[in-house]
Design a protein around this ligand. Structure first.
Ligand code: SAH
Length: 393
């Protein structure tokens, strides 16, 4: 049982699911890591039932605000079934990749599950999620009939929870290759060693947007990973796509992905293993020009504390990309940093345009897809944002 300091139940009353260590007055025999505890106000009134994380600053994460709801395998069957049902319309023959569980927004803090056709990749990142791993796996199998649940619990945040890294099969057998389809384009996801769960499913709608803009354009695709935006641009009729990434493994898979789609014009794609900061300067010095640029960098600012240094990095690449655009050219620029909100991204890009001496407008705004919901009570869940910028003619 956790008893809160006076008044510290306010955020919980607003359905925010985290309890920070500083809000707790006393913890009576809360048990081991991940144990289910009742959270009470200073006066002893029930506020929530939560998972206890003894070594994390986020000392507990709420499973339920309903005193009558017990946390057991039936609870996970219900929550997982709801999350899977909410994505039913997002999966079809042309789209077999989808995030099925997105943590707090699905009432399952610390749980992420991504579906790649018949394989589900599960990421458990909190003590409570870890404690109920078997129940969550069983619930995923029940809700989807999946042939394989593969665990990729190797995210850095597990260290803050005192949890070891774990990678391996939890249900069924992992197919030799995990392939899936996004907007009719085939990809292989490296679910064992790739980034995140193997693919950036959160950019699905934005890859569609880039595809719709690509016809007849020369495209620069910085931070390309395994080629998602490149293949989308080629499918949309780009005349040339130059993709840059520092990971040789990612680029090898990008090439493989392009080869999986014989309908796409492979001769229009160039893959470049390089640091984007350096390569954009080289392109500038060579006088290169593009009609459409995509900037999808990694998380430069994991938290607000890193925002200032990250802002300089974002400004640098945006400035270089804007200079590489021909008049009338488009820039789709993203940030997946929790510490940079949409308004800050806009300010950074505005500063970049000013320094570059370029007039430009925002003509579109992007976020993560509908399979990555953001709970209204948990705005911290919003991490991916993007702007579509048009350089003046
Ligand atoms: N746009 C991709 C996802 C990008 S993830 C998609 O749609 O799938 C960010 C990528 O940036 C990773 O592939 C990582 O290898 C790469 N990266 C990180 N720092 C880099 C740098 N300084 N230069 C080049 N690539 C970098």
């Amino acid at each position: 049982m956790l008893r809160l300091k006076p008044g510290r139940e306010k955020s919980l009353r607003h359905r925010h699911p985290w309890i920070f260590s500083g809000a707790i007055a006393t913890a009576d025999a809360p048990g081991e890591s991940g144990a289910t505890v009742d959270v009470l106000t200073a006066d002893g009134a029930f506020v929530a039932r939560a998972a206890y994380s003894p070594s994390s600053q986020i000392r507990a994460r709420v499973w339920t605000f309903d005193a009558r709801e017990s946390v057991d395998s039936g609870f996970f069957l219900r929550r997982v079934a709801l999350a899977v049902a909410a994505r039913a319309s997002m999966v079809d023959a042309q789209h077999t990749g989808c995030r099925l569980i997105h943590g707090e927004a699905d009432g399952l803090p610390g749980v992420v599950a991504d579906r790649y056709a018949d394989t589900i990749v599960l990421q458990l990142s909190s003590a409570g999620a870890e404690r109920w791993g078997d129940a969550i796996v069983a619930a995923l199998v029940e809700a989807t009939g999946t042939a394989c649940v593969f665990e990729r619990s190797d995210a850095e945040v597990r260290k803050l929870e005192g949890l070891p890294s774990r990678i391996g099969v939890r249900h069924g057998a992992l197919p030799e290759v995990v392939r899936f389809v996004e907007a009719g384009i085939a990809y292989r996801a490296d679910v064992v060693a790739g980034q995140k769960t193997g693919f950036y499913l959160d950019q699905r709608a934005n890859r569609d947007a880039v595809r719709a803009l690509a016809a007849g354009r020369e495209v620069l695709n910085a931070f390309c990973y395994t080629g998602g935006f490149a293949l989308a641009a080629l499918a949309g009729g780009a005349t040339r796509v130059v993709s840059i990434d520092s990971s040789g493994d990612a680029l090898a898979l990008a090439r493989e992905n392009l080869a999986l789609n014989p309908g796409l014009p492979a001769d229009r794609a160039t893959w470049c293993e390089a640091d984007v900061f350096a390569e954009l300067r080289k392109l500038r010095d060579r006088g290169a020009g593009f009609d459409l640029a995509v900037l999808d960098p990694p998380k430069f600012a994991p938290t607000a504390a890193h925002a200032e240094r990250a802002a300089r990095a974002y400004k640098d690449i945006n400035l270089l990309a804007l200079k590489l655009l021909r008049p009338g050219g488009l820039l789709a620029t993203f940030s997946c940093s929790g510490g940079i909100d949409a308004e800050l991204l806009r300010k950074i890009v505005a500063g970049a345009a000013l320094d570059a001496g370029i007039d430009a407008s925002v003509i579109g705004r992007y976020g993560a897809g509908a399979d990555h919901p953001v709970a209204l009570a948990f705005p911290e869940g919003e991490y991916l944002k993007g702007l579509l910028i048009r350089r003046a003619s």
